[in-house]
Design a protein around this ligand. Structure first.
Ligand code: NAD
Ligand code: 89V
Length: 343
């Protein structure tokens, strides 16, 4: 495949992982970067040797010939930047949360579809190798048809030190972290028809909810519980592991803390270590997330080469984003929410 020239917009906390991953992917080079903060631009430009630097995205689109753009800003700027990419006919990746509202997200998907521009949401958690390992067991038929799932992320990790903005939004855990866990639930058990939710704020120093418990009906017949907390202090901190329990007609899958996968199924019980690799630029405990960044970015490159729609395309992500909106609505009303009505 001919080399791809990409650009990154947003050179903050998480973008550094994306830049490391781009550097490792064959056939891609990030030829330009953009951040409205000149200091972030300088730091990332110097670290990764990118000379073409912009403080204004429109100026970058005007000056550069790009095969794709990777948007790694926070949510408030996503719609304007994705629509700018569509206007310039540049394929675009956008970080999660895709948009501030489902209405914005739908408009972004439409803008890219109308322009014939590929769009992928950087929804990376399903690309973590332990999660892929769980999916492979399901696909093998070993546990039969799943009828119950619990997808759980409970932690006391201080996420606010790296991402201080997380303490200030009216919405916190569902929008920032729950979105990943809801996407994993969809990835494993299929699309959701209805849900109900309860939310709480335990940490008095933050503005949004830091605990959410969500009960979902999947269209295929399974029931799942997605539970998330950043107020859970444990003997051994599990951040950022997602723990999974799946019960099927012929057996069970358990992904336990420490990346221990236990499968009891048609051929007996097997326990394996599905720890993610520690990439050379990664650091614990983030290596699980960092590996998934490399995997989703490789997937994007493969999709651009083959013309295939990315697994977490904008259109796919609307179905995850609808669960976020539904969980907030259900948390407020304490009533179930039908998902089809939102899409
Ligand atoms: P950050 O605040 O550290 O970085 C964002 C950067 O974008 C800042 O440097 C800011 O100056 C720049 N920026 C904002 N608007 C801009 C604009 N219009 N033009 C140019 N630059 C602009 O934020 P972060 O923690 O790096 O998070 C960025 C995004 O990544 C968020 O959407 C967050 O939810 C997401 N994130 C994803 C994961 C994951 O695993 N997928 C993990 C952490 C963060
Ligand atoms: O994945 C994320 O979006 C991050 C974190 C894992 C810290 O919640 O914000």
């Amino acid at each position: 495949m001919a080399g791809l020239s990409g650009a990154l917009i947003g050179c903050g906390f998480f973008a550094v992982n994306q830049m490391h991953a781009w550097r490792d992917i064959e056939g891609v080079s990030i030829v330009a970067i953009c951040d409205r903060d000149p200091e972030r631009l300088r730091l990332v430009g110097d670290q990764f040797g990118v000379a073409r630097r912009y403080t204004d995205a429109a100026a970058m689109f005007a000056a550069e010939k790009l095969d794709f753009v990777d948007v790694a800003t926070t949510v408030g700027s996503h719609r304007a930047l994705v629509e700018m990419a569509a206007e310039n006919r540049v394929p675009v990746i956008c970080q999660k949360p895709f948009a501030p509202t489902l209405g914005d997200a739908k408009a972004m998907v439409k803008a890219c579809a109308d322009a014939g521009v590929p769009l992928m949401v950087h929804e990376n958690f399903r690309w973590q190798s332990p999660i892929q390992a769980v999916r492979a067991v399901l696909d093998s038929g070993e546990i039969g048809t799943p009828f119950f799932g619990r997808i759980s992320f409970r932690s006391g990790y201080d996420v606010f030190s790296g991402q201080p903005y997380l303490a200030t939004g009216k919405r916190f855990i569902i929008e920032d972290l729950g979105i990943h866990i809801l996407d994993i639930a969809r990835f494993l058990l299929g699309d959701v028809s209805s849900l109900t939710a309860r939310t709480k704020r335990i940490n008095p120093a933050i503005a949004g909810e830091d605990v959410a418990t969500i009960l979902m009906d999947h269209a295929g017949g399974a029931t799942s519980v997605v539970d998330c907390s950043y107020a859970t202090k444990l003997a051994v901190e599990p951040f950022p592991e997602t723990l999974i329990e799946l019960d099927g007609s012929d057996g069970t899958i358990r992904l336990a803390q420490g990346y221990r996968l236990t499968v009891t199924g048609k051929s007996g019980t097997k326990v394996s270590d599905v720890s993610p690799p520690l990439l050379p630029w990664a650091s614990r405990p983030w290596h699980n997330i960092q590996e998934s960044v490399a995997a989703i970015q490789q997937h994007w490159v493969d999709c651009l080469a083959s013309g295939q729609e990315p697994a977490t395309s904008g259109a796919d992500n609307l179905k995850t984003f609808a669960l976020v909106e539904a969980a907030y609505a259900a948390g407020a009303s304490r009533e179930p929410v039908q998902i089809d009505a939102l899409l």
